[in-house]
Design a protein around this ligand. Structure first.
Ligand code: SF4
Length: 119
């Protein structure tokens, strides 16, 4: 799917910026069903690398959902040998099922993950 506010509006009746929790979850899942590949590597090992990814994300607006997922290396499953997942990430609001990292600011399921994962 071409990423534009108009396309989201046509498909969901709303853009990601205005979508509620449930609709955003659906949008995210649909991106992957439509074949979205995200940048799982490299995992940022230093603050500098971590900040560089945040800088990229800051350049996006709230309707650029696919780009956000792509850059952050989003995944709808735990990652790595240690099964890292949102549930244990410091940015995850368990009760809201929400990623509170300002540059992402998206709903997330506890079993999901992205390369900005931190504890
Ligand atoms: S930063 Fe990534 S791993 Fe952490 S809660 Fe957000 S989406 Fe999940």
């Amino acid at each position: 799917m071409q990423e534009s506010s108009e396309t989201y509006k046509k498909k969901y009746g709303v853009t990601p910026a205005d979508a509620d929790h449930e609709t955003l979850i659906k949008m995210i899942e649909d991106c992957f069903k439509e074949g979205l590949e995200t940048q799982l590597e490299p995992f940022p090992e230093t603050d500098r690398e971590f900040s560089a990814i945040l800088d990229e994300l800051r350049g996006l607006d709230a309707d650029q959902l696919r780009a956000k997922l792509g850059i952050s290396g989003w995944k709808l499953a735990p990652h790595g040998e240690d099964d890292m997942r949102c549930q244990e990430c410091m940015y995850y609001l368990v009760h809201r099922r929400w990623c509170d990292l300002p540059e992402l600011n998206l709903p997330a399921e506890p079993e999901w993950w992205c390369r900005l994962w931190r504890i």
